[in-house]
Design a protein around this ligand. Structure first.
Ligand code: 2E6
Ligand code: F3S
Length: 321
């Protein structure tokens, strides 16, 4: 019979940084504080962050997740997810008299503000991102037209721009840093005058988690990414490890780790997307130990100390005063 345990003395190498970013911490805290202050149910438009464990936990505490605002009763409290919403959704909530708390990550809001300014200056805008992702819908929804989406280098050849002299680009916050560089290079080659964001729109957490996978990948024989299937930033980590030549798998529950992925392996890399809680990562470590891994080693990496303030109205009384 095939031995499906790891090699004797197999090690788990933990990427640093991994897991929650400041925007996810803040978004979850907004839901928890709204529940504490106003009581259940608290409605949340879209998954607050793309993680099944987080969503199930908040649901058990009284959060009700809805796809659209027409599922929210008049006068109720609703929270917008960390991925942001279009102007239309915001206006709809106001028109219906809903009590809104906005958990949009401030780094997504930064992109919304860029779009608003550049449209006011008469620029057309190319957005680099993934079609159908809620962040892309929210960011493209900051403009009444005048924006086009490109997903790949090939898309750049077919975009239609009215006036290349007044063109700018923005990006989704959770893209592959390397693929985005290639798309930007193709845009600049076709439209040399294109305006860039002052600081790249890919956020610090996306950049740091991808850098940590680049550091980890050469040291391991397989990479496990903790993240849910709809999490863009988590998928980018898995793809990156694979592009670096290491088999990589994404899981959001310990029982999903298949013994054959790690059979005979001596070094297993573990990382977690920005929406994956450390408790879930630790449950994956326990599963790997049950399959034979012996040691756990934290890799070197940068310490993050980013934190975003809560919205007014959910601050502790002493801070809000
Ligand atoms: C909001 C914006 C960016 O799918 P994606 O990676 O965008 O989202 P999550 O919820 O997996 O990660 C956090 C996040 C929220 N990232
Ligand atoms: Fe914000 Fe980046 Fe996290 S955009 S929610 S800090 S992954």
């Amino acid at each position: 019979m095939t031995d499906l345990t790891t090699a004797p003395e197999a090690e788990i190498l933990m990427a640093q940084p991994r897991g929650f970013c400041a925007g996810v911490d803040r978004a979850i805290e907004i839901v928890e504080r709204a529940l504490a202050r106003f009581g259940a149910p608290i409605y949340v438009r879209h998954e607050i962050v793309h993680n099944a464990y987080v969503v199930a936990d908040l649901r058990s505490k009284g959060a009700v997740f809805v796809r659209e605002l027409d599922e929210v009763p008049a006068g109720a409290t609703v929270i917008f997810s960390a991925h942001g919403v279009s102007r239309e959704v915001r206006e709809d909530a106001a028109a219906r008299g809903l009590h809104v708390f906005d958990a949009t990550c401030p780094l997504v809001t930064k992109v919304h503000v860029e779009v608003g300014k550049m449209r006011a200056e008469g620029c057309e805008i190319v957005m680099i991102g993934h079609r159908g992702h809620p962040e892309v819908e929210g960011t493209m929804g900051q403009a009444n037209g005048g924006m086009v989406l490109v997903e790949t280098v090939d898309d750049v050849a077919t975009v239609q721009i009215a006036d290349p002299a007044r063109l700018a680009y923005v990006t989704q916050t959770t893209l592959s840093v390397d693929e985005t560089r290639e798309i930007v290079a193709a845009l600049k080659a076709r439209y040399p005058q294109i305006r860039e964001p002052k600081k790249q729109d890919i956020c610090y957490a996306t950049q740091n988690r991808q850098d940590a996978v680049k550091f980890m990948a050469p040291q391991v024989e397989v990479v496990i990414v903790v993240g849910s299937p709809n999490s863009s930033n988590s998928n980018r980590l898995r793809e990156l490890a694979q592009r670096l030549g290491v088999p990589a798998y994404m899981v959001d529950a310990p029982e999903q780790v298949r013994p054959e992925w790690i059979a005979g392996k001596r070094r297993i890399g573990l990382t977690a997307g920005a929406s994956a809680p450390e408790a879930l990562a630790q449950s994956i470590v326990d599963r790997l130990r049950a399959l034979g891994a012996r040691q756990v080693r934290a890799l070197e990496g940068i310490e993050e100390n980013m934190a975003f303030p809560l919205p007014r109205g959910l601050m502790p009384a002493s801070v809000a005063a």
